[in-house]
Design a protein around this ligand. Structure first.
Ligand SMILES: *[C@@H]1O[C@H](CO)[C@@H](O)[C@H](O)[C@H]1NC(C)=O
Ligand SMILES: *[C@@H]1O[C@H](CO)[C@@H](O)[C@H](O)[C@H]1NC(C)=O
Ligand SMILES: *[C@@H]1O[C@H](CO)[C@@H](O)[C@H](O)[C@H]1NC(C)=O
Ligand SMILES: *[C@@H]1O[C@H](CO)[C@@H](O)[C@H](O)[C@H]1NC(C)=O
Ligand SMILES: *[C@@H]1O[C@H](CO)[C@@H](O)[C@H](O)[C@H]1NC(C)=O
Ligand SMILES: *[C@@H]1O[C@H](CO)[C@@H](O)[C@H](O)[C@H]1NC(C)=O
Length: 380
């Protein structure tokens, strides 16, 4: 230090102090029920979907949730919720983030629990204390944890508040680490019969992921083989990967790092749904048992989704509004003048225009297929 010119000596502690605050921005919500994040000029968003990722699909809204540069990340895993505590009553470790209005506008952290049954012998209690902001080098991430106590399993679940998704292409950059006997879930949910899942089982080898449309168990109690695929030879889930579900009107497609790895037409959800992330175990056949004292974590750096909606934001009054919304959209006859892409963009989370209606003439949604195909051919 003493060899450095005096002004550098002065600067060093200053930058050390300033760097973390410069890099970190508080969690913000767009607080918008019809979001077009970082892309106010886009009328719709195109993604390449389908079996060969060559079929353009269009959506009206876009949301990007970024957990990478948030302040106050913990460098050590917080202590486990233990047998002497009531899991559902534990407070958050980071109230500045998880009790903020912005967070609560977007997410609901769950604290429900379920009792043991014959098939699922470990009682499971969700806890707010199992959801926290961790960090890897200087990048923060959202962490969901599950841990096994003597008497029960503590788990974590967050629900997105946009409860009126009606078809979505959603992506998550995440990894799963820790003990066997846990399940990390990233899925759309309405009820047990309208649910499309990505599930990472820590009992599985790290090159296998489960892709399921529920129900995966029939009324007779038997497994429905058509419901679930578990491809292997995939990029390892204990390292950061981009996971994606495309829920379309008649098809479900799943991707890993933009490669299609599963497809299904069985029980494609038909009801307006919402995004859920969880990390859990209940001692059943699917999750397996976790060893007492062990834990596993699901880490997420960002989530991106482009979607259509049906009915109100909170998912309520479903029946009444379903038809009216379609009608409104049709009456407005706005079409899609400015088409944006969300993949292969310069900055992740910032959609880019691929087509703009010439001389203010809008194109109808029906014509978009042509635009999309042309975009593929000319590579945008
Ligand atoms: C989204 O909504 C628009 C407008 O109604 C429609 O043209 C488009 O096909 C929808 N996208 C999907 C994937 O259903
Ligand atoms: C349970 O956790 C609380 C809070 O972390 C801690 O104060 C307490 O000592 C723990 N109890 C046991 C038995 O580990
Ligand atoms: C777990 O939840 C049940 C309610 O289903 C409750 O009776 C029990 O006390 C909870 N246990 C813990 C340790 O939080
Ligand atoms: C969930 O948390 C709320 C407070 O935020 C509390 O009133 C409620 O009792 C908790 N539920 C359970 C099952 O512990
Ligand atoms: C979705 O929910 C409806 C109403 O609960 C149900 O009739 C239907 O079987 C469910 N699943 C699918 C794939 O539509
Ligand atoms: C989990 O452990 C319980 C209690 O030992 C046992 O009854 C159950 O069969 C185990 N589950 C699995 C999937 O092995």
């Amino acid at each position: 230090m003493s060899n450095l010119p005096p002004f550098v000596v002065l600067l060093l502690p200053l930058t050390a102090l300033l760097q973390p605050t410069l890099a970190a921005y508080a969690y913000t919500s767009t607080s918008n029920e019809t979001p077009k994040d970082n892309s106010a000029d886009c009328d719709c968003y195109v993604v390449q979907s389908g079996a060969q990722s060559k079929t353009p699909e269009y959506f009206q809204y876009y949301r990007f949730y970024d957990f990478r540069n948030l302040p106050g990340a913990m460098s050590d895993t917080p202590p486990q919720v233990n047998d002497t505590q009531i899991a559902g009553m534990q407070p958050t470790w980071q109230p500045n983030l998880f009790d903020s209005d912005a967070w609560k506008y977007d997410w609901g952290i769950q604290n429900w629990s379920k009792d043991a049954t014959e098939d699922f012998p470990t009682p499971m209690n969700n806890s707010v204390a199992n959801v926290y902001l961790g960090q890897d080098d200087s990048t923060s991430y959202l962490a969901l944890r599950t841990a096994r106590q003597e008497e029960y399993q503590t788990s974590a679940e967050i629900e997105n508040q946009q409860k009126n998704l009606m078809h979505v292409s959603m992506r998550m950059y995440g990894r799963v680490q820790g003990a066997k006997g846990a399940v990390a879930g990233f899925f759309t949910f309405y009820d047990d019969d309208n649910e499309s899942d990505i599930e990472i089982l820590t009992d599985d080898p790290t090159d296998q992921i489960r892709y399921t449309n529920q129900p995966s168990v029939g009324k007779d109690g038997n497994e429905v083989t058509a419901a679930s695929f578990g491809p292997t030879d995939l990029a390892p889930w204990d390292e950061w990967q981009t996971h994606r579900i495309d829920w379309l009107p008649k098809n479900s497609y799943w991707y890993l790092n933009q490669n299609q790895v599963a497809a299904n037409t069985y029980s494609v959800p038909r009801k307006q749904s919402f995004l859920v992330l969880n990390m859990w175990s209940d001692g059943g056949e699917w999750s397996g048992n976790m060893t007492v004292g062990d834990s596993a974590e699901f880490h997420v750096q960002w989530i991106e989704m482009t979607f259509n909606t049906s009915g109100p934001y909170d998912g309520g009054e479903r029946q009444r509004n379903e038809k009216r919304d379609g009608g409104l959209f049709a009456r407005k006859g706005k079409g899609c003048k400015t088409v944006c892409k969300i993949d292969d963009v310069k900055q992740l989370g910032t959609p880019e225009v691929v087509h703009s209606g010439a001389m203010g003439m809008g194109i109808s949604w029906g014509l978009l297929v042509v635009v999309g195909l042309v975009s593929v051919v000319v590579g945008y």
